[in-house]
Each structure stands twice: as C-alpha cells, then as structure tokens.
Design a protein around this ligand. Sequence first.
Ligand code: BG6
Length: 484
Amino acid sequence: MHDTLLLFGATGDLAQRYLFPSLLHLLRDRLLPGAFRIVAIGRSEHDDAGFKDWLRDRLGDVEARDSAALDDLLARTRYLSLDLNDVDGMAAALSQYADRPSVSYLSTPPDLFEPACRGLKAAGLLEAPSRLVLEKPIGRDLASARAINATLRSALDESRIFRIDHYLGKAPVQNLLALRFGNTLMEAVWQHRWIASVDIIVAETAGVDGREGYYANYGALRDMVQNHMLQLLALIAMEAPSELCADCIRDEKTKVLRALRPMTAADVATDSVRGRYGNGVVDGEAVNGFTHDSDVETFVALRAYIDNWRWAGVPFRLVTGKRMPSRTTEVVVSFKPVSHWVFERPDRAHARPNRLRMRLQPEETIELGLMGSLAAPEWGATELQPMSLDLSMSSTPARRIAYERLLVDALKGDQTLFVRDDEVEAAWRWIDSVSSAWQAAATPVHDYPAGSWGPAAASDFLPVTLSTNGHRRHGAKPAGKQSK
Ligand code: BG6
C-alpha cells in the first residue's frame, strides 16, 4: 500500500466534506500504513499552520467525537500553496515527495488536469509505481474526455490511472453485483425474455446550492447521468465476468455502454423530458428555484435501450432530479406477466407482475413483489393478491463514506471500482447523442416546483413504486442524511 497522498484541491468543498473526513476515519480505524503522510495542495495562501487551523475548524463536528484521530491527521499533513500552472514551481516544491511511491489525487476542475500532470511529471511523481486519481467530471463531452485521456496516457499508463465515480464506492451499489451474480434465481431471469423494464431513479432533495457556475455548464445529464446513472445501468445490465478482476468487470461494463442505442432527434420527444426546479417547498422549508441564464436542466428523464441479445427491446428508464420530495436512489426491475393466467380473481388484466425493488439510499432495502393467496379467506386459495418479500436491513452495518473505500483501493492499487478510459468515452458517446438530439429538436426545459417529482410530462418515466407510495409523492418523508 502506498503511503504518500498528494491531495490537490485541498481547500475545496469535496476535500472538506468528504476526503479529509474519510482520511480521518481511516486513520482512526488503523486502515492506513504507519508512515502515511498527506501533502495537501491548494491555491489558498495559507501557511501550514493556518491551513491546519482552517481544517480543524471545518472538521469541528468530527473532532468533537474523535480529537485524537484529528490530531493524528493534522500531524501527518503538510500544506503547500501552489499554482498548478507553474511547472517549475511544482517540480521544485514536490520533487522531495518522489522518494516513495505516491498517489496524487486531483480534486480540481478538469482544465487543471493537463498542467497538473506536467508539474507532477516534472517532480517525478508519475513514475511507476506512483498513481494518479482524478475526480469527475472527466470532460464535458466525448471530444474533451478524449483529450483528457490522451493527456493522461502521455503522462502515465492506464493501469496507474484511477478515475473516481463515488457511486462505485457505495456498498449498496456493489451489492448489485453480489445479488446478480450470487443468485441462481437472478441468473435465470435476467434478460429480455422475463424482464419488461428497468427503472433507475436518483432523486435528491438538495439543490444546486453554491455550485451554479459548474452546474450551469453541465446540468443533470452531464452531472449525474453520464457517470453515476450509467454506472448503475452498466452494473445491472452487464454480462457476468469470468472472474472478478478489475478489467474483467470493466470490459463487461464498457460493452453495455457501447451497446446503448444513440438517441436521435426523432426519439427525444417520446424518450426524454428535461426540467428545472422553480421556487417551492422541500422538507417543509421554502427554497428558491434555480435561476441562471443558461437553459440547463436540473431534472432529466430518459428511456434508454441496450441493443444486444440480453436486453433487446427492454426500456431502461433513467430519472434524476434535484429538489425532489425525498432522497431516493433505487433500481426497480419489473418482470413480464406469467405466460398463461388461470385465475379468475384477479383477472389477467389486474394481476400484478413480479417486481424487484432495490433501494440503495438512504435506506437499503430489497423488496420482491409476488402474487399469492396467503391473505385470501379460508376457501380462497385461487384468490390472488399482491404480496411482498421484504429484506430490510434493520441492523444496517454502519456505512463508510464511499471515498474511504476508494482511497484505500487507490493506495492499494485496486482499479475494480474506478472507471477506465474507454468506459468514460463510451458513456460520453451516448450522452453526446442525447444532447445533440435535444439541440436538434429544441427540446424544452419544463419548470417544476421544488419539492415535486419533476415536470408533469415526466410522470410516465417515474417508477410505479413512487406513485404507489402516496406519502412520498407528496414529500412528507424527511430526507436522509446526504452522504457521499
Ligand atoms: C455528485 C454530483 O457527483 O453526486 C452532485 O456532482 C450530486 O450534483 C452528488 O449531488 C450525489 O451524490 P450522493 O452520494 O449524495 O448521492
């Protein structure tokens, strides 16, 4: 395990909210090497002591619980204020850390990836076996992603490049693979012959809040669908790898992304809806709408098709939005009706096909909808009613921040939960088809009130599990803790 972490963007939001707290937890739990050291690099003109005071303030809540771990974290950290565009300055300040294999983590905007690579290379920090971790977004479209990947490749080998999609660090997301490939029942039915549709919904109560500049250039399609949602789709749709090696899994995910049918201007009117939240109420509090000159969407609903033998004709509905009534990430697999229906009650039209609902956050639950007569009167064995097999994690194990897992894997060199160059590009290719189709068809961005489930035009895209759960439609359920 490498024991030197160079963290670029150390005074940024992600570092404050997730990266330093993750490091603190890992140190507390003794999951990092004894000689672990952190070089924190930012643009802010702090000196080392000033940065540590600042960080101590930011981690105040955590400190209250674990001040020894915080002292340990700060003792291992050294802050440097550096201009990433100054190659010579970077080389001079950082070459001293090339004495041991390191991991450089760029939690910076993507336009700094290229200069940062030049500086790191000049400092000797990209020599094997040192590694590079990159935060999303990897570009804004296929062309810019390719340019970034080419820059990275010229600096170091793909086997040492770790592109983060923090959803892959979430245990319930990894459980999708466990469920799919650890169960005969799933193996038997996981294809178009038995599955009618798949819904993937990532609803957030949070708004754009403070990230307007970035968001106005990305929107929900590029901010959420290109990465997190397509990763979920790929995990659900991929073929079984022959073994669990990093590239075995990433090969299979890439094949799925490549098989996504490009969206055309003729499809977008039926297969997509864009929305943007206006003023409204979320969790009982009035919130302002997202106003910006750009016509960017904060909500998107898409119907995607994977053109291969397993998934021919099965719609994958992808819905994500900000300022929704509740925080919900879930995957719902709806099965086809049984081939021949013999019961009178209910009649065929009212039989409810089986449905597997996997809730990933905030709670982790798995629910299988079945038909049966257990609830029927004594002589009503043929009177079927919907029943549900519920697997609620009543004692859900305390979940780590996704970044804890990803930091450990990067330090160890395990790429399984990181996104490969061709995978990122395949995802962008499909996203580009959607955005060009929107442009060609002049797809409107509908308003929706904050605290609702998006524009009315999107109701056909929402999983039935949302509409059958009346209280959630009306936003009465408190949002869970927002954690990455
Ligand atoms: C980030 C997006 O990648 O994921 C944010 O940039 C979004 O806009 C966040 O809020 C959602 O992550 P999580 O872990 O809270 O579901």
